[in-house]
Design a protein around this ligand. Sequence first.
Ligand SMILES: [Zn+2]
Length: 256
Amino acid sequence: MQHVTVKGLVLRETVFGEADKLIDLLTESGIRTVGVRSARKPGSKYAAVTQAFSYGEFCLRQTGERFWLDSAVSVHLFFGVRQRLDALALAAYFSELIRKTATDQPQPQLLRLFLYCLQRLEQDDRPLEQIKGTFELRLMTELGMMPNLVCCASCMQYQPRGPIMRVAKADFLCADCADPEEITPDEIPVTQSTLQALRHVVFSDIDRIFGFRLKGTSLRLFAAYCERYTLYRLGTGFRTLKFYHDLNQPQDTEHG
Ligand SMILES: [Zn+2]
């Protein structure tokens, strides 16, 4: 039997046995699935720290292939995220993205990215669309699938007017190099502010990743590109993403 102490974020809880549960824990060393005995009994000592989106220090015991929880100390429960359905839906989407892309290799940046995004969701000081796009595009970057955002793929111009993002080619063209009469479904024309924001997400340190402001059309295009790019690269849809969009649909219609 081996004991190990890890810091981790609970990605998901699953019912297991009579009164137990399994938690998927995102640690700096990848995802660990951990059994928690009697977690679903009333008054369970570790009920709060083992719920989804709780960040804590977990003492685990390994028997064979399986990890079991010995004890846990909460670091931050992200209670504010759980109080808002739209924020919670977005966190659930982030969780599904991570579970489908993380490996068992050490990926400490993924844990940091998730924590910074949860912090912003809790503080509620950035639009949800900004937090969502930032998570998606930086996740792609950390997984080695970043787009080339340095300059126009044809004429190498760094600061072009009317950049046109190309999803499949993972680059962009300036308005002079693209054929404006023939915008294909793969291409998303964006604003210069959008391009600057995309560059910030890809190139900045993770602790400064929210150091930009976007609104209106630029924000909408930023979010549209990040989602399209992510879904294209991963080649799959996400149940939690559909739920998030369904949830925000009435509000979108109301505003216009
Ligand atoms: Zn060009």
